[in-house]
Design a protein around this ligand. Structure first.
Ligand code: DSN
Length: 430
């Protein structure tokens, strides 16, 4: 039996684990940044690599006993480079936030300026939100979209900000934005002012690796950061990719675009982190191996197909969506204008029906981030379960019913039951 040791030793924690397994099995996961890893990835995370300290990089470690850790880290690096068509990967960041902090410290000096995407329009907390520590270290200037309806970037505004503030880095990427990015236009502006170009692809890494969305490296971007656990379906963690080779990660080099791979390695370790978590690096290698398979491309295509089904059903029902729809794995809609209820109210009502979503700010939101006007949903996790067009259509209709009647307990209970029944045919992988 699985988990028998926890069961014997700590019943309290064992019961909580069973509760979470049941929640994941019976409910529907629509948080755009979540997914279900494969059994192989889950297995990889619980291996003896967790016992090992490996400060440094393959071939250049501070402690002995690295015969196998060196090999697994080299495999993870090589697979990541193959997935994203680049020369260098640092697979050690413990999370996306740490990966982003590492990119900042790799290239900038305190006080330097970065141009990034406004959080409330879809950017990420680590892209300079005033509540982060990094926003006190660096000078962040933020660009926005033109309007909610089209969600188009205002390239005149972006160019004006770039010329006025002369940022050393231009950062693109998002957490709540349903379209692809025109990297070429950003690159043009970056070239004009000599800025380093950085894309954070955390949400769409799996879609990029499968060739469904644009790869920033094809447009001259210098650094790409990501998480490994969203559409890429690996263990939780971060990743930093770049072009060019590392000279010697243990030796200081001048801050220049040419030296970025070395600067990134030195920023991750010893700059920000200590020992890497080797069982997670092992699991990253396993997940990257999966993402290189043809079947992963099919999976990635289905993620987008499923999001398109939500788009159609929502449009047919007059739901007001950010940019009017989606080209990726997520949809953000204005729940106040569509149904008269805040994002928080809808999130809580859906939770009661076993449907997990995240409330979200929308561009020009007049409400607070803790009780915003929007809802964000995403399809990576349900697609892993095997949901296809038919199941997504049913789910979209359930969501609409609840959004119209968030206080109807009978309705929520009925839908919760129906979804648990449906999910018996689509078990999570373990
Ligand atoms: N929390 C993640 C998301 O939901 O987008 C990003 O860090």
């Amino acid at each position: 039996m699985l988990f028998e040791n926890i069961k014997k030793q700590d019943k309290l924690l064992y019961d909580l684990l069973l509760g979470e397994i049941k929640r994941q099995q019976d409910g529907v996961e629509l948080i755009a940044s979540e997914n279900y890893v494969s059994n192989a990835v889950l297995e990889a995370m619980r291996t003896v690599f967790t016992n090992k300290y490996s400060e440094g990089y393959p071939g250049k470690r501070y402690y002995g006993g690295q015969d196998f850790t060196d090999q697994i880290e080299r495999i993870a690096i090589e697979r990541a480079c193959n997935l994203f068509n680049c020369d260098h990967a640092n697979v050690q960041p413990l999370s996306g936030a740490i990966a982003n902090i590492s990119v900042l410290t790799a290239y900038l000096e305190p006080g330097d300026t970065v141009l990034g995407f406004e959080l409330s329009h879809g950017g990420h907390l680590t892209h300079g939100s005033p509540v982060t520590f990094m926003s006190k270290v660096y000078n962040f200037v933020r660009y926005t979209v033109k309007d909610f309806e089209t969600g188009q970037f205002d390239f005149d505004q972006i160019r004006d900000l770039a010329i006025k503030h002369r940022p050393k880095m231009i950062l693109v990427g998002y957490s709540a934005y349903p379209r692809d990015i025109d990297y070429a236009k950003f690159a043009e502006i970056g070239k004009e002012i000599g800025a380093m170009l950085w894309a954070d692809i955390a949400h769409i890494a799996g879609l990029i690796s499968a060739g469904i969305m644009r790869n920033p490296f094809d447009f001259g971007f210098h650094v790409v950061s990501s998480t490994t656990h969203k559409t890429l379906r690996g263990p939780r963690g971060g990743l930093i990719l770049s072009k060019g080779k590392v000279s010697n990660p243990l030796k200081k080099v001048k801050k220049s675009i040419k030296n970025l791979p070395t600067l990134v390695d030195r920023a991750v370790f010893p700059g920000i982190q200590g020992g890497p978590i080797m069982n997670l690096i092992y699991a990253k290698a396993v997940a990257f191996g999966e993402a290189l398979q043809e079947s992963f491309k099919e999976y990635a295509k289905q993620i987008v197909n499923n999001a398109k089904v939500f788009e159609k059903v929502f449009r047919d029902n007059g739901i007001i969506m950010y940019t009017g729809g989606t080209d990726n794995h997520m949809i953000i809609f204005d729940s106040v204008k569509s149904f008269g209820y805040s994002g928080k109210t809808i999130q809580e009502a859906l939770d009661e029906a076993g449907i997990t979503v995240s409330k979200s700010t929308i561009p020009f939101d007049t409400r607070s981030p803790v009780n915003p006007s929007g809802i964000r949903i995403g399809t990576p996790a349900i697609t892993t379960r095997g949901y296809k067009e038919k199941e997504v259509e049913f789910l979209a209709e359930c969501i609409i019913k609840i959004c119209k009647n968030p206080k109807d307990d009978k309705l929520k209970n009925r839908i919760k039951h129906e979804i648990a029944e449906l999910n018996k045919r689509f078990p999570i992988p373990y």
